[in-house]
Design a protein around this ligand. Structure first.
Ligand SMILES: Cc1cc2nc3c(=O)[nH]c(=O)nc-3n(C[C@H](O)[C@H](O)[C@H](O)COP(=O)(O)OP(=O)(O)OC[C@H]3O[C@@H](n4cnc5c(N)ncnc54)[C@H](O)[C@@H]3O)c2cc1C
Length: 295
């Protein structure tokens, strides 16, 4: 084996897993394509000690700390495929391949945004998905929630805690009577007119020409695991409300012995703090696997 562990994805979850392995003096290769999910945002919130900092700076410091360990190597590349062989795994990167005894999948997810003109350019700047990450900074200003399905009801019921909320249905669904009562109890207004575009900071231009100005907008993108490798290897997936994720036990062990998964790729919803915790668990579990084999 070239390495004791190969980690695919070198962001918060993958680096945290690598840190545990490096501290156990294990030889690790981190393969990372550099497309962190939060790369669109200027500020990251909710992670203790780094609240409000630039997410790229947080990742860069994490990488520098992990790479200070002599048993860790880094490869800037996309891992194209992986296969299970006798005694471990082979990961292919373009025309090269690497073998490792354990494999950690920390690939994160891709967001598929609603197809509304002007929304994509504002993603992470004035259009968000996580109120805990970006709601406080709106300073109790008006908030718009763009519906994508009936699941957006949950968003619209939460957001009044961050500012006066308008639920923009945009033809995605029609709330039933109970839901209407709950929305009114939470003080959320409802706008049924479809959205034509988003302009300026967070102005919603409606089909009938009206313009509603918000401090920020929230929507729930559909998510997709950022790499098909887990599926290729046959890891069991689970259905989350916004997309599939890699199923694991509490120690982040997938359905295939020796493959751990952590971060957004391995849970229904995540954050930087959760990914770091998840990665630490996956790193410890990978170490356990190297010492004792499958539990
Ligand atoms: C706009 C936006 C703002 C956010 N703001 C916050 C915030 O303020 N606070 C907060 O806590 N959370 C925030 N989040 C959530 C946060 O970004 C994620 O929870 C976190 O990045 C997940 O970490 P991760 O390590 O699991 O995955 P990611 O950070 O997404 O990293 C996955 C890494 O794996 C790499 N990768 C994927 N496939 C391969 C492959 N085949 N080969 C090699 N490399 C691969 C990717 O390129 C990437 O570098 C935000 C998300 C978005 C979309």
């Amino acid at each position: 084996m070239d390495y004791e562990a190969i980690v695919i994805g070198g962001s918060y979850a993958g680096l945290s897993a690598t840190l545990q392995l490096a501290r156990a003096r294990r030889r690790v290769l981190v393969i990372d394509e550099g497309l962190r999910r939060n790369r669109f945002a200027e500020h990251s919130h909710g992670f203790l000690t780094r609240d409000g900092e630039n997410p790229t700076a947080i990742a860069a410091k994490a990488r520098a700390q992990v790479m200070a360990y002599p048993t860790v190597e880094w490869l800037d590349a996309r891992a194209d495929a992986a296969a299970k062989d006798q005694g471990g795994f082979t990961v292919s990167v373009a025309d090269r391949s690497f073998t490792g005894k354990a494999l950690v999948l920390a690939t994160g997810v891709k967001d598929h945004l609603p197809d509304i003109p002007g929304l994509g350019e504002r993603w992470g700047r004035s259009v968000f998905h996580c109120p805990y990450c970006h709601g406080y900074e709106l300073d109790r200003g008006p908030v718009g929630v763009i519906a994508v399905s009936s699941l957006s009801l949950h968003h619209a019921l939460m957001l009044p805690d961050w500012g006066p909320t308008t639920f923009l249905l945009n033809g995605a669904f029609e709330p039933e009577e109970n839901a209407m009562r709950e929305l009114s109890r939470r003080g959320a207004a409802i706008e049924a007119n479809p959205i034509r575009a988003i302009e300026n900071h967070a102005d919603v231009v409606l089909g009938d020409g009206r313009r509603l100005s918000f401090a920020g907008l929230f929507t729930m993108p559909r998510t997709e695991i950022a790499s098909p490798i887990a599926e290729q290897l046959g890891c069991a997936l689970e259905d989350g409300p916004m997309g599939a994720f890699i199923g694991t036990d509490a120690m982040k062990q997938t359905s295939i012995p020796g493959i751990l998964a952590c971060g957004d790729a391995a849970r229904a919803a995540g954050s930087v703090a959760i990914s770091v915790g998840d990665g630490a668990m996956a790193g410890a579990a990978a170490h356990r696997y190297l010492m004792f084999g499958a539990p």
